[in-house]
Write a protein that binds this ligand. Structure first.
Ligand SMILES: Cc1cc2nc3c(=O)[nH]c(=O)nc-3n(C[C@H](O)[C@H](O)[C@H](O)COP(=O)(O)OP(=O)(O)OC[C@H]3O[C@@H](n4cnc5c(N)ncnc54)[C@H](O)[C@@H]3O)c2cc1C
Length: 341
């Protein structure tokens, strides 16, 4: 354990959704627990903003091993309107002055934290893949890929406080629940005067074809430029359907308009960690690997024996995807027909 100013607070922001607390929030708590180990007497606090947040969700957060859970509620926090959520968070930060504030690099965290950081004149590092504490200064070391993923940059915020960062989803494990959670759970009602957003929530709908949640999929079949034409992307869809998988894509496929951005995997897309990742006609550049190389099993189909994707593949199928994929589909369909899935 290192030195450090005593009694400093490390905060993680948990994301309250209509389905409960987003499990990604536990990964951020795991990061916070690692940092607490390294800062003597630091306290780990998880902040939840929302409306009607269930006791179950707060108990789940508490059992991750934090010291305190602060839940600020108001009906106007029920949907994510950035001005309202940021105003409440900024007020809380100004009252309690934490040293560090972390959130997941989800749409929520990537919108809320920059908004709050700008109001607080604080620094913020987006999409960190590692965090540490500098032994000399006790500053937060915020580590993330930079320059197209070719280097890992370490960023420090020596003066401004709090030190703020978002953490890339699926780049950390979740903590094991503790036997006897000791966290104090404090619920408070948000000050109405802070909730001045002129924006009103009227409804939300999924874009057609974007319902699949890549981030939580167990199996993903992803297609790249090797598919050559938009209509050939159906091969990826066919294989995905037979495997019960979500559809992913390289940036080349997305930039060419063959599939929409929510399907993009990689540095500037989603980070995924499925049980099975099938890469079809994807070369495996560092930026693509950054989003999928923690997949449990990687199958790559590519006609280039030197394709970089083969370096991370558990099963490398060297061949023409226009032959291999239909053959795989046929075999899988036959097995399905034989009730042998
Ligand atoms: C800042 C930055 C961020 C980026 N973010 C991302 C990101 O999030 N995600 C991402 O994917 N990329 C990202 N990129 C782009 C990345 O560098 C690559 O350009 C991209 O991943 C390449 O996509 P691809 O593999 O589909 O295409 P290519 O590199 O062109 O590869 C196509 C592959 O298909 C194979 N192929 C061709 N024909 C066949 C066939 N008939 N059968 C079998 N195989 C065949 C080829 O051998 C080749 O390996 C980023 C780049 C930068 C600079």
């Amino acid at each position: 354990m290192m030195g450090g100013r005593t009694g400093e607070e490390i905060w993680t922001i948990a994301e309250s959704t209509e389905h409960g607390i987003n499990p990604i929030s536990l990964e951020v708590i795991w990061r916070g627990l690692q940092l607490r180990e390294k800062l003597s007497n630091a306290r780990l606090i998880t902040v939840v903003l929302g409306a009607g947040v269930g006791d179950d969700g707060l108990a789940m957060v508490a059992s991750a091993g934090v010291d305190e859970v602060v839940c600020v509620e108001h009906e106007k926090l029920g949907h994510f309107l950035p001005e309202n959520h940021a105003a409440v968070l900024v007020d809380l930060i100004e009252r309690r002055r934490p040293a560090i504030v972390l959130a997941a690099a989800t749409t929520y965290g990537r919108t809320l934290l920059p908004y709050a950081a700008a109001k607080l004149y604080a620094g913020l590092t987006a999409d960190c893949t590692a965090l540490d504490i500098d032994q000399e200064t006790c500053n937060l070391l915020q580590i993330r890929p930079a320059i197209g993923g070719n280097i890992l940059a370490t960023i420090e915020t020596p003066v401004a406080r709090p030190q703020m960062a978002t953490v890339r989803p699926h780049s950390s494990p979740t903590p094991d629940p503790v036997d006897r959670p000791h966290a104090v759970v404090n619920r408070e009602v948000a000050d109405e005067r802070l909730l001045t957003s002129l924006v009103r929530f009227t409804g939300s709908e999924n874009l057609p074809g974007d319902e699949v949640s890549l981030a939580n999929a167990d199996r993903i079949v992803a297609g790249g430029r090797g598919l050559k034409k938009p209509e050939n992307f159906r091969l990826v869809g066919d294989l995905a359907e037979l495997l019960g998988a979500a559809v992913g894509a390289s940036r080349e496929a997305v930039d060419r308009g063959w599939i929409s951005y929510p399907h993009q995997v990689g540095l500037s897309g989603k980070t995924v960690a499925p049980e099975l990742y099938v890469a079809v006609g994807i070369s495996g550049t560092i930026q693509h690997l950054a989003g999928m190389q923690t997949a449990h099993s990687i199958v790559a189909i590519n006609n280039d024996p030197d394709a970089q994707i083969f370096e991370v593949a558990d099963l490398a199928i060297q061949g023409d995807l226009f032959t291999v994929v239909p053959l795989l589909c046929e075999r899988l369909a036959n097995r399905r027909g034989a009730g042998n899935e």
